[in-house]
Design a protein around this ligand. Structure first.
Ligand code: AMP
Length: 230
């Protein structure tokens, strides 16, 4: 009882956990980066966790890579393992951003179980709304810094790097994700419509869903989210 009260007091001082739901290219990664610059969140991107496994080059990594290249979802069991390991980091107790998870109803239901097991809060669910045409522009022009992860867009004059191929912040080399091409995008987008969109109602019914407009630039998106954090 006493411990529960202490935990509640600590939790009230902490940041609200966030789940970001959006189609590929809508700006989950950029919003996460913007939030991390201002708040002590831990960023958990299941896509990044899976890419780390791919970089190891083992059998599991090869399997994951195949699914990612095809724009399909990786088996949930693999994702749960990576997620639970990451969530066991005590730094997550101060608040974390879930980027790319849950991706379907089955994962959302399992996530409720994980929350119950770990005593963590669901927090806020943020849906970033954006048109498909804009997503294609963003995906096909997206480049990232190998060293600091800053995201650029060659199709948007406001998001181009000052020097081609180099990061403005740390001079690191820029690269394009291998699944950021039109063909993989179409499958990823369809997967989003089929699997991820049903989450919208799931979280609406729980009363935790907030919709933000992702079409007016990343600072506007950040501003809307910050209002929700207060
Ligand atoms: P992202 O970096 O979020 O765009 O994810 C890139 C790819 O990683 C996706 O197209 C999926 O193949 C895989 N992936 C990321 N998160 C998940 C998840 N929660 N469940 C299954 N596959 C995932």
């Amino acid at each position: 009882m006493f411990q529960e009260i202490i935990r509640k007091v600590i939790r009230e001082d902490n940041m609200k956990n966030l789940i970001l739901i959006a189609a590929p290219g809508a700006g989950k990664g950029t919003l996460s980066k913007d939030l991390l610059e201002k708040y002590p969140y831990v960023h958990i991107s299941t896509g990044d966790l899976l890419r780390e496994q791919v970089a190891k080059g083992d059998e599991l990594g090869k399997k994951i890579h195949e699914m990612q290249m095809a724009g399909k979802l990786v088996s949930s069991e693999i994702v749960y393992k990576a997620l639970e390991y990451k969530l066991s980091d005590p730094a997550c107790d101060n608040g974390y951003i879930l980027d790319g998870f849950p991706r379907n109803l089955e994962q959302a239901i399992e996530y409720d179980n994980i929350l119950e097991k770990t005593g963590k809060d669901l927090g806020l669910v943020i849906l970033i709304n954006i048109e498909k045409n804009e997503l294609i522009d963003r995906i096909t022009g997206r480049y990232m810094c190998k060293d600091c992860g800053t995201i650029y867009n060659m199709n948007n004059p406001e998001m181009k790097p000052k020097v081609n191929g180099k990061c403005d912040k740390c001079n690191g080399e820029l690269y394009q994700r291998s699944d950021d091409n039109l063909e993989a995008f179409e499958t990823r987008y369809q997967t989003y419509l089929d699997s991820t969109e049903p989450l919208i109602n799931f979280y609406k019914e729980k009363g935790v869903l907030h919709i933000v407009d992702g079409s007016k630039g990343h600072l506007y998106t950040l501003e809307q989210v910050e209002k929700l954090l207060k």
